[in-house]
Design a protein around this ligand. Structure first.
Ligand SMILES: [Zn+2]
Length: 487
């Protein structure tokens, strides 16, 4: 099945079928140390098995000690998701045998999680319920060599325990999501909240956010069908593709007279298919029982209030504020706002607008040029960004030149005016633009008369002439301003 045919078929079958999707999102918490020991939680970039100790290696006789910051981050993200914090919660052992779990159990929360019953509102106005947001430890990482990279058919397997015991918040949505696009929007918004609260860095490509998707299909308004769980999706694109593939697969099975078996499935990014990993474990297979080595959590109200008060503005509110600064935003500008908020670039945009820049232009430069150079943002100051946008707006720089200057600022910092001079960008000051416009008006009296009588189309004629004379360095809006000033 190719992805193109999958999409067109999907539209057709979705008139008869409705996917029902619930997501489990695991966010790695930004603590310095692991959840129950003092080992560094930075598992990327350290040599394998270097950040380990008897606790996170699960050696006999050790005792876990709770990381207070991990508890706080979990509560922070849950409060931002409108969750309740029960008076009492506890930790449980989830038992299973796998080489990446040296204790043969994972410390998690089963029947009494630290947060429950919240919701998340998406930009399109839909609401997804949050069943719970609990705290648990991550497993180690296994690498299977030979064969396909999966455990079956591998020659041998390597295990790195640096990730073992790293704290995770697991956020479980209700089965409220009805399309892969909505699933994507939900994860994007949730990721933004995890970043805003400071609980996670949200880097999906590095595995800081991983998603398990529960997918079933039903005829509209019928009871829920049997669901399959797709494990470990680590990009928004994979999430969307995997859900679309899985929904179609289930519809095919049912329409051919078969039935869906509840199971856990693996997503193959290259082949674009899901395949059986194991038949789904039920909760009883894990033999959950209370973790006897940890005290229960009874978070007091004053502590919760302190956390609630310290929460910064969430993406939805920030998006609304920035959108309000643009007059009649176009769909493209709204997309730009979304990118700006997503990447946390609004300080740059607000500084430029405050300094007199056109909001739409400031958003466009941030959503494109700054987004492209996001890793080099430390070289750019609010002032240098504002100045560059304003130089473009006044016509001192053409848009191509402004982009080049921004690229240079991101690469090595500096002063935008000095960069423009060094690049030989001849300044087109508003004085010289005014002179150019005045000359062109004199040379084209008929067109000018028609423009003055209200024929707005002639503005384009004058912009074209100015561009010709200035070799494309003028700014269209600045030209119109000069024309209007003389009308
Ligand atoms: Zn350790």
């Amino acid at each position: 099945m190719t992805s193109t045919s999958a999409v067109s078929t999907l539209d057709q079958v979705m008139e008869r079928w409705e996917p029902v999707i619930g997501l489990e999102v695991h966010g790695q918490l930004l603590t310095r140390s692991k959840m129950f020991c003092g080992c560094s939680a930075d598992y990327i970039g350290s040599p394998p098995n270097s950040n380990t100790c008897p606790v996170c290696l699960g050696l006999p006789g050790v005792l876990p000690v709770m990381n207070r910051v991990a508890v706080e981050y979990t509560v922070r993200s849950a409060l931002a998701l409108n969750c309740e914090i029960p008076e009492h919660s506890k930790f449980d052992r989830k038992n299973y045998f796998y080489p990446d779990m040296p204790k043969d159990f994972q410390i998690s929360q089963y029947d009494l999680p630290i947060n429950s019953g919240g919701y998340l509102d998406l930009p399109d106005g839909s609401r997804v319920s949050i069943e719970r947001a609990h705290l648990e430890e991550d497993t180690g990482k296994s690498t299977h060599l030979g064969g396909t990279g999966r455990i079956h058919g591998a020659d041998r397997s390597l295990v790195d325990y640096n990730r073992s015991g790293v704290p995770l918040v697991e956020i479980v949505s209700g089965p409220d999501i009805r399309s892969s696009a909505q699933a994507r929007a939900y994860v994007a918004e949730l990721r933004g909240i995890l970043i805003a609260t400071g609980a996670s860095d949200g880097r999906m490509e590095e595995g800081s956010v991983r998603i398990d998707a529960n997918v079933s299909v039903r005829k509209p308004d019928a009871v829920f069908g049997t669901r399959c769980e797709i494990k470990n999706l680590n990009s928004l694109r994979s999430l969307q593709r995997a859900i679309d593939y899985e929904a179609l697969r289930q519809i095919d099975v049912i329409e051919d007279g078969g039935s869906i078996r509840q199971e856990t499935r693996h997503w193959d990014e290259i082949l674009g298919v899901t395949s059986t990993m194991r038949t789904k474990e039920e909760a009883e297979d894990y033999r959950y029982f209370r973790e006897p080595d940890l005290v229960d959590l009874d978070p007091d109200q004053a502590w919760q209030d302190r956390i609630r008060e310290s929460l910064p503005a969430m993406p939805a509110e920030r998006r609304q504020k920035l959108t309000a600064r643009v007059l009649d935003p176009t769909p493209a500008q709204l997309d730009g706002v979304e990118v700006v908020i997503d990447l946390g670039l609004e300080a740059f945009v607000n500084a430029a607008i405050d300094a007199g820049a056109d909001p739409a232009l400031a958003i466009a430069r941030a959503a494109n040029e700054l987004a492209a150079g996001i890793d080099d943002l430390h070289n750019l100051t609010l002032e240098s960004f504002s100045a560059t946008v304003r130089m473009e707006q006044s016509g001192e720089l053409s848009s191509t030149q402004a982009k080049t200057v921004l690229g240079e600022l991101l690469a090595s910092g500096g002063d935008p005016k000095a960069i423009a001079t060094a690049k030989g960008y001849e300044q087109l000051s508003s004085d010289s633009l005014g002179t150019t416009v005045a000359t062109l008006i004199e040379e084209n009296p008929d067109e000018w008369a028609r423009y003055r009588e209200g024929d707005e189309k002639l503005a384009q004629f004058f912009i074209g002439q100015v561009m010709k004379v200035t070799k494309g360095r003028a700014n269209g809006k600045a030209v119109i301003a000069e024309l209007q000033a003389r009308r």
